[in-house]
Design a protein around this ligand. Sequence first.
Ligand code: C5P
Length: 400
Amino acid sequence: MTIAGKKILIAVSGGIAAYKIHFLIRYLIKKGADVQVIMTPDAEHFVTKLSLSTLSKKPVYSDFYTENGTWNSHVELALWADLMIVAPCTANTLAKMVNGICDNLVIATYMSAKCPVFIAPAMDLDMYQHPSTKKNLDLAESFGHTIIPAESGELASGLIGQGRMAEPETISTQIEAFFNENSNQSLDGKTVLITAGPTYEAIDPVRFIGNHSSGKMGFSLADEAAKRGAKVILISGPSAEKVSHQNIEIHKVVSAKEMFDKVFEFYETIDIGIASAAVADYTPKMVASEKIKKNDESFSIELIKNPDILKTMGEQKKHQFLVGFALETQNEEENALGKLHKKNLDMIVLNSLRDEGAGFKNDTNKIKIFTQTDKKEFDLKSKESVAKDILDFVENQYLK
Ligand code: C5P
């Protein structure tokens, strides 16, 4: 897989690094990509439309209107692209993107784009370190955009530090890697629902019952399913993880009851359901409306059972392919197989807390997969690789 034939929209904003865009265009064109350049009005102070259009072999647009009284359709430009890269992305353009301040052709095109968006920021040292830039980059990432971080070195101001736009070759390699990673569209047209993270069950306005689940496994699964072309509905309890693909629609919940309600808002429409959340089994019967005071020597909370989300999914199963997780400390295989049957699942992923590096907070996991008839054991791997193994297995079972 190469980027030959891929339609790449480069949006140039007004920073000194704009001079490097000529090299980016050359790399992409050499590899057979179809390149369209647009620019902000300020970018024209740094580079000319003539040089950019000569290299990209297309007219370059910076205004909504042409001299002939016609207009440059930002919607058409946006829908044309397989990928949009904003490079260099100045602090100003970044801020406008994440706040929807749509006062030029670049931002209007960006806001109409449905394709993946890459951002290569470039700015001076202190601007790059400024909390507002950091916040805006985080926001852009939370929209599912890919940030190609600025590199360290000598800056136009003479200062030395992080802020230089990544080299054109680095940007071009990342774009290529993106298309390579996304070349397997085996789940195209499928909707995958994934539950992730812990749930928090309120005791009073400040305390809750929770667990150590980080959500990493569920987020890795969501990312991998999205890369394979699925539409992903990710329903996550409190987690610090972020989504990184525009095919993922994230719904944040707190309690098991909220997770249950959200899952069944979508259940009818999904093809595959993967329950990786560590849902609290019990919840306080009463939630105190005020903070509970420590007046007594002992204190007890009455707990009632939470709904079993996955079991209910199993009971209501029609066409859906269901995958559960089992985190066991003893009689692992027997317990996992018991859950497979009891919850009417198609597949269960077992991770044992006895295995070092497996389960909960770790970045790695070691799993065994069971179906009614099959069993497969895997080595300790990163959660990203484990997500690939799980989805390969799902595809083998579900798409056969
Ligand atoms: O029965 P147990 O909690 O061990 O089952 C684990 C599996 O069931 C996991 O896939 C988990 O996400 C799911 N589950 C659920 N709702 C619950 C409890 C567990 O969806 N209340």
